[in-house]
Design a protein around this ligand. Structure first.
Ligand code: GLU
Length: 451
């Protein structure tokens, strides 16, 4: 049996961290089994689905490296869903209902006030043909519900273990709306059957759906696939995801300078028994993937952890790998391997290199505000700055000379020099920076600071 999974986002919004994790677990499981990853676009809701979101989802998955072997859109398959609906109707498992939303709401309240579960009472199931005709003559259009068996739907979940849903305790799900449009529940089953999906992997918010969907698989004459329902993501504080994290999109993460592998390393490891550590490739993560490592507790998504992983990954990046990225920043085409080696340890993300590119390759800096003491000190330092080109030892020799002449040491010695030469209070080692900035520019900055 070839493992085949699908990631099924709705193009009603962007790909956010929760979706990325679902896509990732599907991808890792498929690849760990030599299987196939399918991208299915769940666009049955034609009003809220957009081409722009769909394109963005594809672009984001590509950026993250989660390539798919097959892809299709649900909107291409309406005829097939209609045929499946007819099959269910013929079997007496899909029945028309005429209640309005208000009526249903009222009945729900009554049930609750009597201490009963708010389960649909199947009133429409017992309508006679005459009664139905009468309602339709009044202009009522039916929505269609799937008739659950009332027995238990059972499966052995790859994350949650043995599951058993009492289908008598849930309402018969609506599969088709009044306007004839399909809700997600049945098309998903039809697609999983047609695409021969072997494993359905998704968030645990779908557990109840699975009870109904298993019965729809069986009603359509198919064997339900294996299922895995993952615990949801929570924030670092142990609460649900904050507003920011809940809607944090791949696009935003990219804009903020996060590398695919830091996002993927974190999302692959949280909620598992493995430590959270940076990995170099999706293939490596796939080798380490196993459902048996996944716990039942929610997975903690901590942005500080993401930031730390990102810095670690950036610090390990080679100049060749980063070169095309630097080239997109101002002065980035001038960057050398020496530049990258000097600055990378100070970056949280590649875009932070923009600052150091400007310091090294840019023209004049604004220059720091110096008090009178520091200005006099810089004046002395400027006089001691060597003529001609700087070398790897210039910084040390110059600072020793300045120290001997002025008697300053420690922070009082180094900080004004660093501020004048780089406009920053912190940064890469100054011997390397001076070498990169060069003698001419360094002299000009000293003169500008102490005219
Ligand atoms: N489009 C559904 C969702 O995003 C897919 C759920 C599933 O994987 O079956 O929730």
């Amino acid at each position: 049996m070839t493992v085949k999974v699908r990631f099924a986002p709705s193009p009603t919004g962007k790909l956010h961290v929760g979706n990325i994790r679902t896509a990732l677990v599907n991808w890792l499981f498929a690849k760990s089994q030599g299987g196939i990853f399918v991208l299915r676009i769940d666009d049955t809701d034609l009003e809220r689905s957009t081409k722009e979101n769909e394109d963005a989802i594809r672009a984001d998955l590509t950026w993250l490296g989660m390539v798919w072997e097959e892809t299709f859109k649900q909107s291409e398959k309406f005829a097939r869903y209609s045929a499946a609906a007819e099959e269910l109707k013929a079997k007496g498992l899909l029945y028309p209902c005429y209640e309005t939303a208000e009526e249903l709401e009222r009945r729900k309240k009554i049930a609750l006030s009597r201490g009963k579960p708010p389960v649909y009472d199947r009133a429409s199931l017992s309508l006679t043909e005459d009664e139905r005709n009468k309602l339709e003559a009044e202009g009522r259009k039916p929505h269609w519900r799937f008739k659950l068996s009332g027995g238990r739907a059972e499966w052995n979940d790859l994350v949650r273990g043995q599951q058993s849903i009492d289908t008598a305790s849930v309402s018969d799900p609506v599969l088709i709306r009044e306007d004839g449009s399909f809700l997600y529940t049945m098309p998903s089953v039809v697609d999983d059957i047609d695409a021969k999906i072997t494993h359905v992997i998704r968030g645990e918010d779908h557990v109840t759906n699975s009870g109904a969907q298993i019965e729809i698989f069986l009603a359509l004459g198919a064997q339900p696939p294996e299922m895995a329902h993952m615990p949801l993501l929570i924030g670092a504080d142990g609460q649900g995801l904050s507003k920011r994290l809940g809607s944090l999109s791949a696009e935003q993460l990219r804009g903020e300078g996060y590398e695919p592998m830091s996002i993927l390393s974190l999302l692959a490891k949280i909620g598992t028994s493995d430590p959270v550590e940076a990995r170099e490739s999706l293939q490596q993560l796939a080798l380490e993937f196993s459902f048996s490592k996944m716990g039942r507790a929610p997975a903690r998504f901590d942005e500080n952890e993401l930031s730390a992983l990102n810095a670690q990954i950036v610090h390990g990046m080679s100049f060749d790998a980063v070169k095309p990225r630097l080239a997109k920043l101002a002065y980035g085409d001038k960057a050398t391997p020496e530049f990258w080696d000097a600055v990378k340890g100070n970056l949280k993300g590649v875009p932070d290199a923009a600052l150091w590119l400007a310091v090294v390759y840019g023209g004049g800096l604004t220059g720091p505000e110096l008090d009178a003491d520091d200005q006099a000190f810089i004046g002395e330092a400027a006089k001691l700055f060597p003529e001609g080109d700087v070398t790897a030892t210039t910084w040390k020799e110059w600072v020793d000379a300045v120290k001997a002449k002025t008697g300053r040491k420690g922070k009082g010695l180094f900080m004004p020099l660093r501020r004048v030469l780089t406009d920053q209070e912190h940064g890469p080692e100054m011997d390397k920076m001076l070498l990169l900035i060069g003698g001419e520019k360094a002299r000009a900055r000293l003169v500008q600071a102490a005219p």
